[in-house]
Design a protein. Structure first.
Lengths: 154, 83, 154, 83
């Protein structure tokens, strides 16, 4: 069971996570990650997220397919938003369901590490004073996190 | 083929997509970046540090040594910052 | 922000996780784990979970306090049920909120590993034919998982 | 002091708690386990493999070499299987 969405609208992370186990008795564990827009100590007014339509969905599919080859997953949901997001807003979620907790944890963490470095999204920071701070720079630590799973740089 | 640009690559070039017809000696993604960089000031600025530029052919990530071959859509963009 | 509950009633994992970030702009990530009762391929009718009242809450508090010394956590919620639980039922949840995803993932995973090996709960399996299968045995792999974080056996 | 038992330790002993008054030479948790094991068949069965038994004094995990000292409540139980 795979659900992948790239959308401007908000999502109900709770309902998405619950859907993975609803009416099933083989799911032993779900791990749900939600990433939020932070205000960076009050300096950030919003994030503008640009994406590559078509490729964003396709790349997330590939990342999920990769996770499915590594762990026995019963279901995976991945949703990434684009457009202007205010501090406190949800940006991204992944949820993984498995028979066992170690697989669910590992899959959710790998999915996030891969999404950060492989999915075609770019963030721009809008300052509290209305000016554009410019494009958020990719972090070495994100590439390092992805490399833990054997990911080459795309 | 169609070239598409994202984030600051798009901003520097000043357009989000265009049809391009590179000459036959442009074989790899790296060749195409060098060829595009010679097309004007915005292009030169966008591709000034070619090594940081990421590329995708028909919506799949590719390295600079990849052949552009029969690609219909080639994309150039900075390292991704989603998630 | 710490919320710890040991209860017979079900919980709303979704609402609990959301509460950790609601109205805050410093939370960058929440990781929510939910553990479910599995039917073990149709052979299990229920789990009976016994606990040590008073110590269960106190030990979970200690485990959460330990996680808080290791990672910069903004909030943690941990809920563990006891009593008779049917297949598909939620047994346990932990949710961790932090500025950054790595801390939220690591804290949630450590909390679960410690809960499994240190919190005074014991599971008994009730078979589909109504007989007691007996007490679930502790798994070496759970002790090994806890040992990753430097936990000694209690 | 009060002794409390859980899971199969409780089932084998046949009660969930009791007041106990061990003699002065019972100093450690391990001593107490050995003393309890001599109190009858159920106790002997519960504590037959002393090394697997976990203990807590006043609701804090302790090892078998810990002193029972001024503990008010001592608990015995199998390895935990929550989560």
């Amino acid at each position: 069971m795979r659900k992948i969405r790239v959308q401007a609208e908000d999502f109900d992370a709770a309902a998405e996570a619950r859907a993975l186990s609803l009416g099933r008795a083989d799911v032993g564990a779900t791990v749900t990650f939600v990433g939020y827009c932070r205000d960076e100590g009050g300096t950030l007014a919003a994030l503008e997220i640009e994406h590559y339509p078509g490729m964003a969905e396709a790349e997330i599919e590939r990342v999920v397919a990769e996770a499915e080859t590594r762990w026995p997953l019963i279901g995976v949901t991945a949703i990434h938003r684009f457009g202007r997001l205010a501090p406190g807003a949800q940006i991204v979620m992944v949820a993984a369901a498995s028979g066992h907790r170690a697989a669910a944890f590992a899959a959710a963490e790998m999915l996030m590490d891969y999404l950060k470095t492989r999915a075609p999204f770019w963030k721009q920071a809008i300052r509290a004073d209305g000016t554009r701070e410019g494009w958020v720079e990719a972090k070495d630590e994100d590439a390092d996190s992805a490399a833990r799973w054997g990911a080459a740089e795309p | 083929m169609k070239a598409v640009y994202f984030a600051w690559v798009r901003e520097r070039i000043g357009k989000s997509e265009e049809e391009i017809s590179p000459p036959a000696e442009v074989v790899t993604v790296g060749d195409l970046i060098a060829w595009l960089a010679g097309r004007g000031e915005g292009y030169a600025y966008a591709f000034e540090k070619a090594s940081v530029i990421r590329a995708a052919i028909d919506r799949v990530h590719v390295k600079h040594h990849a052949h552009i071959a029969d690609g219909r859509e080639i994309a150039f963009f900075p390292p991704m910052t989603g998630g």
